[in-house]
Ligand binder design. Sequence first.
Ligand code: GRF
Length: 198
Amino acid sequence: MKNISVMVSGGGTNLQAVIDSVKDGRIPDARIALVLSSRDGVYSLERARKAGIRTVVISKDEYPDEEAKTVAILAALTEAQTDLVVMAGYMSILSPRVPQAYAGRIINIHPALLPRHGGPGYYGLHVHEAVIAAGDTESGATVHYVTDGEVDSGEIIRQERVPVLAGDTPETLQQRVLTVEHRILPEAAALVLQKLFR
Ligand code: GRF
């Protein structure tokens, strides 16, 4: 039984996709051992509680010092005996020490076709605004390994395209991309676990 720890900051629709995929066996022989949120009071925590999953909040309010925050994150992941870290809308700065400790075992979902529209500042609706502003005719979602290098620059694991339609707003594009995110994130998690522990 492999332990997955999911790092979140918001509503948690990607977290929900992972919860559902563990439950129905699309991610075989795994359990979500921990949901680690960078913010309190977010719906991700409610989703975890409903699913009986342990939660921890490690916020910059509580840990203003980056070093202390990193130590707390690593301690929580270790305590959960984490085999795979899944970042699902985690919106806080992550010290390179975390991907160094989980090299090859930490993945992230990004709502665009990396390497396009990735990197610092490309999060949430900003990504979709940039896609529309660039006049791209397609967008999509990408799951990639997290490294201690540039944000969003790790090796791509799964990527799937969606059309950008005339009249799309950032919100309508976001919804179309989210449906792809919810499919490829669990697929990527299952793929990585199979590669690590086959
Ligand atoms: C998703 O669009 C994800 O790609 C991005 O942040 C958003 C998180 O949404 N990193 P949710 O919290 O999973 O609903």
